[in-house]
Design a binder for this molecule. Structure first.
Ligand SMILES: C=CC1=C(C)c2cc3[nH]c(cc4nc(cc5[nH]c(cc1n2)c(C)c5CCC(=O)O)C(CCC(=O)O)=C4C)c(C)c3C=C
Ligand SMILES: [Fe+2]
Length: 419
């Protein structure tokens, strides 16, 4: 297939007009008006999210339905090869996010004697809101590539939290790519092609599939439910909170390493849920654990989902309605030095565990300006006191520095770090 023919055209959708209101806007079909994302846009599963910009897409982009997250180890010790790979990856990512094939020849347009430069399983599928977001782990800043002096202080290893049961083989990694899309086949295709392009230079360390986004990152989105049946993402940072995003999400000039300006730090935690035990807990207890009701998602003592939390409200016996060990009380910015997180997690089910139990939970992801000030204190408080701990176990952890956006076709992932 030629460079000029996109998967979208194959699919018959026609050219896309690009909405202009910052990262997270979704390309519209010809003839549609351009404006900021609405629920209708978010639901427009075929759209393409702009790849170039001040910030990487996939952070404040309205959370798509599906996730394929992958963490790579770099296996070459040559910096030039790493640099070249980042350029090749960026070119492929710029194409795939716009609904095109990974390479310029495509799945069936190259020489019959050569392996195709696209694997083909997304032929005929639209862009599906695909975003590809890259991040660098602390291990990349060892002495292999001379990057030690460029490691941001904020990329310090996370402390061991009480109750952690982390498996090293599904934790950490040199480079991560978060692929989000409305169609799982499109997300899988993107990760598979990046891994194919990286052959001999990177190897997949671990990966995670997710579904049913467990956060809203825009007020235009309805709040989804996690596998415990609760609305998750109500009090999240949202793309409309511009002042808070500048204060809490984006790395600013002077924060440390210049190459991170416009970027953000991503913490991932795979949190297994003991769903069979949870399912035997009374509704009242479940609601007290979170501090919200299960149906509406309203704070206990209030009526509607977005009513403010009232930590002073008491029941008839004088006990707080939202208990001292309730998840939302412990996680709230007012109890953590005004630390906010932009949560962007997904439900996961990895089948069952051989003992008849569902191997399921939350693949928690949160972006922030400095994890030392944000994720760490919040998680310390949760790990020590959260009533939810009886039903969950943290089994994997990652921390990645996600640089600012790729500005244009002359720029590439990690250019400011590697050059
Ligand atoms: C360290 C950060 C957090 C971890 C880890 C975490 C795990 C976790 N959370 C839920 C379910 C819910 N979380 C909710 C709110 C909430 N959670 C965090 C942080 C972590 N959660 C924050 C900062 C907040 C917002 C607190 C606030 O300001 O009100 C909610 C309530 C709805 C909402 O506001 O999103 C639910 C439900 C699970 C199941 C889980 C681990 C498996
Ligand atoms: Fe939470």
């Amino acid at each position: 297939m030629s460079e000029r023919i996109s998967r979208r055209k194959l699919f018959g959708l026609g050219a896309a007009g690009v909405a202009a209101a910052g990262a997270g806007v979704i390309a519209l079909r010809a003839g549609e008006e351009e404006h900021a994302p609405t629920a209708a846009h978010v639901a427009a599963a075929g759209g393409a999210v702009p790849f170039y910009g001040e910030h990487q897409a996939g952070i404040i982009t309205p959370a798509q339905d599906r996730l394929h997250f992958v963490s790579f180890d770099v296996i070459t010790d040559k910096k030039a090869e790493l640099d070249e790979l980042m350029q090749e990856w960026t070119a492929a990512a710029a194409r795939m996010t716009q609904g095109k094939e990974a390479g310029t020849f495509g799945a069936v347009g190259g020489l019959p004697e050569a392996p195709p430069d696209d694997t083909g399983e997304a032929l005929g599928l639209p862009a599906s809101g695909l975003t590809l977001t890259v991040g660098f782990g602390a291990s990349l800043f060892d002495d292999r590539f001379g990057l030690a002096s460029r490691r941001p202080a904020a990329l310090a290893p996370l402390p061991k939290f009480p109750g952690d049961a982390l498996l090293p083989e599904i934790s950490g990694g040199d480079i991560c790519v978060q692929a989000c899309a409305h169609d799982p086949q499109v997300a899988v295709h993107a990760v598979r092609n990046l891994a194919r392009i990286g052959f001999g230079r990177v190897s997949v360390r671990w990966s995670q599939l997710g579904f049913g986004r467990t956060s809203s990152t825009s007020r235009a989105q309805a709040t989804p439910r996690n596998l415990m049946g609760f609305k998750d993402g109500t009090n999240n940072l949202k793309l409309e909170d511009e002042a808070l995003l500048a204060e809490q999400l984006w790395v600013a000039p002077g924060d440390g390493q210049d190459w991170m300006t416009g970027g953000s730090y991503l913490v991932t935690r795979k949190i297994r849920m003991m769903v069979e035990t949870w399912d035997r807990a009374p509704l009242d207890e479940q609601q007290q654990i979170f501090g919200r009701d299960k149906g509406e998602g309203a704070p206990l003592g209030r009526k509607a989902e977005f009513d403010p939390l009232d930590f002073a409200a008491k029941d008839a016996t004088g006990q707080p309605l939202i208990k001292a060990d309730a998840h939302v009380r412990l996680a709230h910015p007012s109890n953590n030095g005004n630390a906010h997180l932009l949560r962007r997690g997904y439900n996961y089910v990895d089948g069952s565990d051989g003992l008849g139990r569902l191997d399921a939970g939350l693949f928690f992801m949160a972006y922030q300006r400095d994890p030392r000030r944000q994720f760490v204190p919040v998680q310390l408080s949760l790990a020590r006191n959260d009533a939810l701990n009886e039903y969950i176990k943290h089994v994997s952890s990652g921390l990645f520095a996600c640089p600012g956006g790729v500005r244009d076709a002359g720029d590439y992932w990690g250019r400011a770090l590697l050059t």
